[in-house]
Design a protein around this ligand. Structure first.
Ligand SMILES: Cc1cc2nc3c(=O)[nH]c(=O)nc-3n(C[C@H](O)[C@H](O)[C@H](O)COP(=O)(O)OP(=O)(O)OC[C@H]3O[C@@H](n4cnc5c(N)ncnc54)[C@H](O)[C@@H]3O)c2cc1C
Length: 307
């Protein structure tokens, strides 16, 4: 079972209930992914024991609370399975909206939770308690101070998905983070294009960026199959090459499992895709929701600064 927690925050840090959500997920034997609105609390979240992954979801919508906009942003970033939040006004709002978008059940204000998703929660304004068992995906909110909090001692990997309209900032941040994480002076870099490049001539944009930094250009199978000028030798994936560069930049690639098979062990993955729900964002360390037409010119100048 996969559990994604919507972090509850207070000011610029995590609310204590977020640790209780992690504690509840851990009691089911699950290492949850935590989504942090605008990256708030992400550093603390990655240090919580039992957390599997922390995803900072950045975007213009996070400057003030708007349940609809937050749910849209989180829905695109969250995995399948259980979407878990706190039973606060904000948590209830966001989790129920995500559940509605996914057409899955939602159980609010859960006070007991055990294996197999057996839950107890109040109904009729708390006049009765109902036992519920759900098999499959659902949204649940947990009552604060009911579950034991998880402690410190974790070191979960963290990643960022940028849903911001300001692509310039997103690209700059992606490359800045890559250079923080990697020794970019001798980083090996691959920039790959997919069917989203539109036509083979547009690969010239990738070649010119690559040339400047000594990078290689790769491609998805869809691009190789569709366009003769893109040779099979460029194909990355299950039936192409397996690569393991320091920095892999996927442009207009959806992130099909067969493509991921060839590149997911890259040390730092940046993805540019106009579809916020593209699966490539699940493996990317930094995802930029944008067309390549907008992002590549900025990427060209930022990546040139790497060397
Ligand atoms: C047995 C088998 C083996 C396979 N082996 C491989 C393999 O080795 N490698 C491989 O790659 N695939 C392989 N595939 C194919 C794989 O399943 C996918 O079909 C393929 O990876 C899809 O390529 P794509 O992401 O480029 O295209 P699509 O799935 O068509 O995705 C294009 C993406 O571009 C985005 N996009 C469109 N326009 C823009 C724009 N202007 N700006 C930004 N983004 C845009 C879209 O949102 C979309 O996500 C294999 C399949 C099978 C069955």
């Amino acid at each position: 079972m996969e559990i994604t927690i919507i972090a509850e925050t207070q000011g610029n840090q995590l609310h204590a209930v977020t640790r209780q959500l992690v504690g509840a997920a851990s009691s089911l034997g699950v290492s949850p992914t935590i989504l942090c609105a605008g990256g708030v609390g992400a550093d603390e979240a990655s240090g919580i024991s039992g957390v599997g992954k922390v995803l900072s979801v950045n975007g213009d919508c996070f400057s003030t609370f708007d349940g609809g906009a937050w749910a849209t942003a989180f829905d695109a970033a969250a995995g399948e399975g259980v979407i878990m939040g706190a039973a606060t006004a904000q948590g209830r709002d966001v989790v129920s909206r995500i559940a509605a978008r996914r057409n899955i059940p939602v159980v609010q204000d859960v006070v007991t939770l055990s294996d197999g998703l057996n839950m107890t929660h109040p109904i009729y304004s708390g006049k009765a308690m109902q036992d519920v068992t759900i098999s499959g995906s659902c949204g649940i909110t947990l009552r604060a101070n009911t579950f034991s909090p998880a402690g410190d001692g974790g070191s979960a990997e963290s990643a960022t998905v940028q849903q911001s309209g300001d692509v310039k900032i997103a690209v700059k941040e992606a490359i800045a983070k890559a250079s923080e994480r990697l020794d970019v002076s001798d980083a090996d870099i691959i920039i790959s294009g997919g069917r989203g490049m539109g036509n083979p001539e547009n690969f010239d944009k990738l070649y010119s960026i690559a040339e400047g930094v000594g990078a290689a250009v790769g491609a998805s199978r869809a691009a190789v199959d569709a366009w003769d000028p893109i040779p099979h030798s460029m194909q990355v994936g299950q039936t192409g090459k397996t690569v393991n560069p320091s920095l892999y930049i996927a442009v207009g690639i959806s992130g099909a499992i067969q493509h991921l098979a060839g590149m997911r062990t890259s040390k730092y993955i940046v993805a540019i895709n106009k579809d916020p729900e593209a699966p490539i964002f699940k493996v990317a360390d930094y995802g930029i929701v944008s067309t390549w037409e907008e992002a590549l010119p900025i990427l060209a100048s930022e990546i040139a600064k790497l060397q």
